[in-house]
Design a protein around this ligand. Structure first.
Ligand code: CP
Length: 306
């Protein structure tokens, strides 16, 4: 029997394990038929207490393409959470019915609590404004396939860097690689939490903050746009004032490198105009596709299936 592993934070995986997952995902893309029955008779529970399109559907598609089955719920209201059942009891129940669990929850730390009560691997599919490690794996696979390597890249992170869990997890992953440069582009009120800044400084990473996307664009190899998330604000006035702080349009890309890639974890609202979609640098829909392959690799890894 393999050791019980969970993925709560991206740092639960070593750099070598992340590189292994990227290599397996590359192999799945090249030889999908070799994986068709890899998870036959295995079940994935998707416990989504918060809305999702990509994460839930890509986990579902991933398990189906591995020959396994999927059960679960897509909102707290349709589970016994609505009757007052705790996260820990919900997880104990899921362990009775599934071999692995992907869980999204609006409260930071809920998947960690779940993991403490679980006898099967728990995957954090996003917890509040905290972490989103499988989005990070998706992002790393995308960057690796498009750029070949992480070394020497200058990455612009733009938008809501305060509540943006995908940004926090991506930074935590990338600072463990060599020669990475970050440009943080956000309104002052939505800049990075201080604990992430401390991690950047401790790792000796080259990074700076700017308030203008136009200023940063020419030097970037990767532009990672994010949505200003209405659901994280306590005050609607603040959301309305900040929501359109940065809007990338096709004309702005004239100063960007020809091989820069534009990423976004999605969903987008206004922050990338639809006229960018036809630009060859637009990579966000490809990125969403990569989410399925890296989640296939992750399910195999956590279930200990070679
Ligand atoms: N990127 C992402 O987490 O998208 P969903 O919220 O649609 O799952």
């Amino acid at each position: 029997m393999s050791e019980l592993r969970h993925l709560i934070n991206i740092t639960d995986l070593s750099v070598e394990e992340i590189d292994h997952l990227i290599a397996v995902a590359d192999d799945i893309i090249a030889h999908p038929e070799a994986y068709w029955d890899a998870c036959a008779h295995k079940k994935l529970a998707t416990l989504f207490f918060e809305p999702s399109t990509r994460t839930r559907l890509s986990f579902t598609a991933a398990m189906m393409e591995l020959g396994g089955n999927v059960l679960g719920f897509d909102q707290a209201a349709s589970s016994s959470t609505s009757k007052g059942e705790s996260v820990s009891d919900t997880i104990v129940m899921a362990c009775c019915y599934a071999d692995i669990v992907a869980m999204r929850h609006p409260k930071e730390g809920a998947p960690f609590v779940g993991a403490r009560h679980s006898t099967v691997p728990i995957i954090n599919a996003g917890d509040g404004g905290h972490f989103h490690p499988t989005q990070t794996l998706t992002d790393l696979l995308t960057i690796h396939r498009k750029k070949g390597d992480f070394k020497g890249l200058t990455i612009g992170l733009c938008g809501d860097l305060k509540f943006g869990r995908t940004v926090h997890s991506l930074i935590e992953a990338m600072i463990r690689y060599e020669d990475i440069h970050f440009v943080m582009i956000s309104p002052e009120e939505l800049d990075l939490p201080s604990y992430i800044k401390e991690q950047l400084n401790k790792a000796g990473v080259d990074w700076r903050e700017v308030s203008s996307l136009e200023e940063a664009l020419p030097e970037l190899d990767v532009l990672y746009m994010t949505r200003v998330q209405k659901e994280r604000f306590f005050n609607e006035e603040d959301y309305i004032r900040l929501k359109d702080s940065f809007i990338l349009n096709r004309a702005m890309l004239s100063t960007a490198k020809d091989d820069m890639i534009v990423m976004h974890p999605l969903p987008r609202v206004n922050e990338i105009a639809i006229d960018v979609d036809d630009d060859p640098r637009a990579t966000y829909f490809y990125q969403a596709l990569m989410g399925k392959y890296i989640r296939m690799a992750l399910i195999l890894f956590l279930l200990g299936i070679k």
